[in-house]
Structure formats: structure tokens, C-alpha cells
Design a binder for this molecule. Sequence first.
Ligand code: SF4
Length: 107
Amino acid sequence: MNNYISRRGFGRLCAGLAVAALATETRSARAADLPPVEESAAQAQALGYRHDAAQVDRAKFANYVEGSTCANCQLFQGAAADWGPCAIFPGVAVAAKGWCSAYVKKA
Ligand code: SF4
């Protein structure tokens, strides 16, 4: 068995890795390019979503716990970035320092 990779095989491997890296980068860029959720959107209003958790209506959303933000919610799919995808709001991004009543503390 030949354990060496041919020059042509090496070229194909490099090309494949480059395509994979580009695809990953494009996916990340798309997540970052999601438009921000509108606080005035019906679903956002129903869930009490605010871009800034400090502005949550605590009288209306008594389940809010101090320190809870999208960044430490199980449903936040972004890194610790400013904005990221959320399973509750498909197609838009939520603010890392935001909050809504569907909050689930990250395990
Ligand atoms: Fe933020 Fe979690 Fe509500 Fe999504 S479910 S908006 S991440 S608090």
C-alpha cells in the first residue's frame, strides 16, 4: 500500500479544505448579517423581548431574573457577540444583552 499522497491528490485535498473553510466563513457571516429583531414585532411584544434586558417590563414579566440576558440563554446561538441567532426568533438576530420571557438559563 502506498502511504504517500500524489501531487494531484494533495492539490485536491487543499482545494477541498479551502472550499470547506470558505463555506464555514460564509455561514458565520450570514449569522452575523441577520437583521435585528424588531422590538415592535408581534412575537417580540408577546414575549416581552427587549434589546436591553435592563428595560424589561418587570411588572408584566415577573419571571425576569436579574442578570439574565440572551448571552447566557440556552437558546442563543451566537458567540458572546453583540448579536446572534435565537431559536425563538428565526431569520433575525437578538442582542446578546437582550432578554425575552422564553429565556432558559444556559446549562
Ligand atoms: Fe434571548 Fe433566550 Fe429570549 Fe432568545 S429565547 S430572545 S436568546 S432570552
